[in-house]
Design a protein around this ligand. Structure first.
Ligand code: ATP
Ligand code: MG
Length: 201
């Protein structure tokens, strides 16, 4: 059974959590390896293209998903049109995805892509707010976590920091616990701690 609560999924191969893909791969380990390679390439590409004029708008965000995964998945760069949940967390309803996304990116633009926060604590707090909003948005069928962390890493580098080190929280339940707080209680305290401890210049 899929751990993802989608009925008659157009995305996953019959009952598995392997997404239907352009290479007809059904082995979960193989697909994870390919996704990992594509993500590493994307980090290199987008970090090398980053410059003072980079705009962290919705188009840029969608393009990260599209450019990273379009060789593998038809759904790359496309918002989902089904409601999705994980565990007890209901992500943004599909009908509000567009308007919610526009609201988030318009706030980020007003915050001048976080350049107005000139110390690490304030920066981490505000970045946690946006990361939490994107976690709750969950706009794509798959690969939301990896793409929104790529987006936040690029924002961090844009603001003079290194990509955020999530190793203390990502391979255990801590990042998920922090995500649950964001989605179910709009509380970014735990996520803020994770980001602050992984943030360095
Ligand atoms: N029970 C939950 N409640 C709230 N948010 C959750 C829950 N489980 C996972 N998430 C969030 O969803 C993200 C995973 O979404 P998705 O599977 O689309 O992305 P991914 O890139 O494939 O996964 P991952 O982030 O684990 O690498 C997690 O990073 C986390 O932020
Ligand atoms: Mg996933």
């Amino acid at each position: 059974m899929s751990k993802y609560q989608l009925d008659d999924s157009p995305i996953y191969l019959n009952g598995s959590d392997v997404p239907k893909n352009k290479l007809d791969i059904s082995d979960a380990e193989v697909i994870h390896e390919i996704e990992n390679d594509l993500l590493i390439e994307a980090y290199e590409k987008f970090l090398s293209e980053l410059n003072d004029d980079t705009k962290f708008d919705e188009e840029y965000f969608i393009n990260l998903h599209k450019k990273t995964f379009e060789s593998l998945y038809d759904f790359a760069g496309k918002y989902r049109n089904e409601n999705m949940s994980k565990g007890d967390s209901q992500f943004c309803l599909a009908e509000y995805l567009d308007s919610e996304s526009k609201r988030i990116f318009s706030e980020l633009q007003q915050d001048k892509y976080l350049t107005i926060f000139d110390n690490k604590e304030d920066f981490a707090k505000r970045l946690a707010y946006y990361q939490g909003e994107l976690i709750a948005l969950h706009p794509f069928y798959e690969l939301n976590g990896r793409v929104l962390r790529l987006f936040c890493d690029l924002l961090a580098v844009f603001n003079g920091y290194k990509p955020i080190d999530y190793t203390a929280s990502i391979d255990n339940e801590k990042y998920i616990e922090a995500s649950i707080e964001c989605v179910q209680f709009a509380d970014t305290t735990k996520l803020e701690e994770i980001i602050l401890s992984g943030l360095s210049s």
